[in-house]
Design a protein around this ligand. Structure first.
Ligand code: HEM
Length: 188
């Protein structure tokens, strides 16, 4: 096979550079990560940016797994793109799920994710306040399965916490074995 560059790859680099200043880092479940001063987000392969960093987490933006057509239509209509100028806060929440979760079939996981836990239904109420991007990394052999990224205004930080608290009480979260909640403020 030809050795091509992975242009879908995105690296989250915890170090001294980048436009996101770290406000807090909390290990919600499992082993923690070191708290860096800044976060740098780099597209594509970029080994140089990682030099001297505390950690680099890699992932890709992938296709949807569980969202059905009507849910997708509603999400597409109401989602706001990343990079809104007034969204000065962000959260990176790397997540790993258990072997038990990954041993389930697609339909079993969808049932837990939405019919039992209402992940989309609960979260959709926050779409006007929070921009988001889900990244997958399980198949890259990374320490986490997902790198979830959210942007919002400082005034909506409490709403983001409220959503997280609701999600963490769901059946879906019983399968989460590692979760680090890292918060940032935009600096230039
Ligand atoms: C703005 C609110 C949010 C919306 C609208 C939302 C929506 C969604 C949707 C539609 C999916 C399914 C993607 C698919 O079909 O594969 C998903 C997956 C996921 N979301 Fe959220 N979400 C929100 C907030 C959150 C928060 C606060 C977290 C906490 C970290 C989170 C963590 C995840 C994870 C880990 C997955 C992957 C689940 C899996 O594939 O097992 N989401 N989200």
């Amino acid at each position: 096979m030809q050795n091509q560059k992975n242009t879908k790859l995105i690296s989250f680099i915890g170090g001294d550079t980048g436009c996101w200043e770290t406000l807090s880092l909390t290990a919600v479940a499992g082993e923690t990560l070191a708290k860096s001063a800044r976060l740098n987000i780099v597209k594509g392969e970029d080994h140089e940016s990682s030099i001297g960093s505390l950690w680099t987490l890699k992932a890709v933006v992938s296709n949807l797994r569980y969202t059905n057509r009507s849910e997708k239509n509603a999400l597409d209509q109401n989602s706001r793109a990343l990079g809104q100028p007034e969204y000065d806060y962000a959260a990176l929440i790397p997540i790993k799920k258990s072997d038990e979760w990954w041993a389930l079939t697609q339909d079993e996981r969808r049932k837990i994710f939405e019919e039992d836990s209402q992940h989309i239904r609960i979260s959709s109420k926050y779409l006007s306040m929070i921009s988001r991007q889900l990244h997958h990394c399980r198949d890259l052999g990374e320490p986490f399965d997902f790198l979830t990224w959210f942007e919002f205004s400082s005034g909506h930080a409490h709403a983001f916490d409220e959503l997280l608290n609701a999600l963490r009480k769901t059946e879906e979260w019983k399968f989460v074995t590692r979760e680090i909640d890292i918060r940032f403020k935009k600096v230039m």
